[in-house]
Design a protein around this ligand. Structure first.
Ligand SMILES: [Zn+2]
Length: 274
């Protein structure tokens, strides 16, 4: 059982917060809960960066497009961050009105995508079956690069996936997407407020969400779960902006935006924080 008192103590000591922030077990994070970099964290970041660079150099592309030569060409960015955001908003408007402007891709488009991908947005979403990004944004194959974990949190592996999409696929937009009635956030609320007991992997899933629950709790909202859902995606987006040098560089150059948003299960509408 994890009590609120123990968690708050751990957060105050600055020890457990990074672990909860990124759910990476015993490995130290490069971030504190508030996104501040500590001296130890900066040292760790250098180590992590070198390890990540080395690992990325050894890892094969996420997909194996053919011909191989085509995959080695870094395509120029075709849309700006704001244009990408506009496309998502437009797509969600179409979806929420009960329509769909896309058709399943034909053989020609599938063959084209086999030669390479250029998604215009990265969606960091929840695994919930009712929040499928391609559907709710009226998108097709090859348009969205999706990282999904229950609770819309980001592990180190998830961070690597995001950096890959931004650096190698030139994605100009990252959206951290939560949703109403999120069960993972609900479980985090139960742990924080009722001392609910979760076992092993389930507890690991919930731990990164707890700081957002406690932040929301401090405001005494009428609906703690809903407040925590919004706080969680805002926190994840804020941490992403400083989690990796490449992302920070692209943001500084105006080539990347990281925004948070929430999908309403009842209305099918996405509310963006930007
Ligand atoms: Zn969820």
């Amino acid at each position: 059982m994890v009590s609120r008192r123990i968690l708050l103590g751990a957060l105050a000591s600055g020890f457990a917060a990074p672990v909860m922030a990124w759910a990476e077990g015993d490995a130290p994070s490069i971030l504190t809960r508030k996104g501040r970099r500590t001296r130890r964290a900066l040292k760790t970041q250098a180590t992590d960066k070198a390890a990540l660079d080395k690992a990325l150099g050894q890892v094969k592309p996420l997909e194996a497009p053919e011909p191989v030569e085509a995959a080695q060409v870094v395509a120029p960015q075709r849309v700006s961050p704001d244009e990408a955001l506009g496309r998502l908003k437009q797509g969600n408007t179409i979806f929420s009105r009960g329509g769909a402007s896309i058709a399943l891709p034909g053989a020609a488009r599938i063959a084209e995508l086999a030669a390479g991908q250029q998604p215009f947005a990265v969606i960091v979403g929840c695994s919930d079956s009712r929040v499928a990004p391609e559907l709710i944004f009226d998108c097709n194959l090859g348009e969205l690069f999706v990282v999904r974990v229950a609770g819309s949190t980001v592990s180190q592996e998830g961070l690597g996936s995001i950096v890959y999409a931004v650096e190698h696929l030139n994605a100009p937009l990252v959206v951290v997407l939560g949703h109403s009635q999120c069960g993972a956030v609900g479980a985090a609320v139960d742990v924080a407020t009722r001392h609910a007991e979760l076992h092993g992997a389930l507890l690991n899933m919930v731990l990164p969400i707890l700081p957002a629950v406690m932040e929301a709790q401090d405001r005494h909202p009428a609906d703690l779960q809903d407040a925590a859902i919004h706080q969680n995606v805002r926190d994840v987006a804020a941490r992403l902006k400083v989690a990796d040098g490449l992302l920070a560089e692209r943001i500084g150059e105006g080539r990347l935006k990281v925004v948070s948003a929430c999908y309403n299960l009842a209305t099918a509408q996405v509310e963006f924080d930007a």
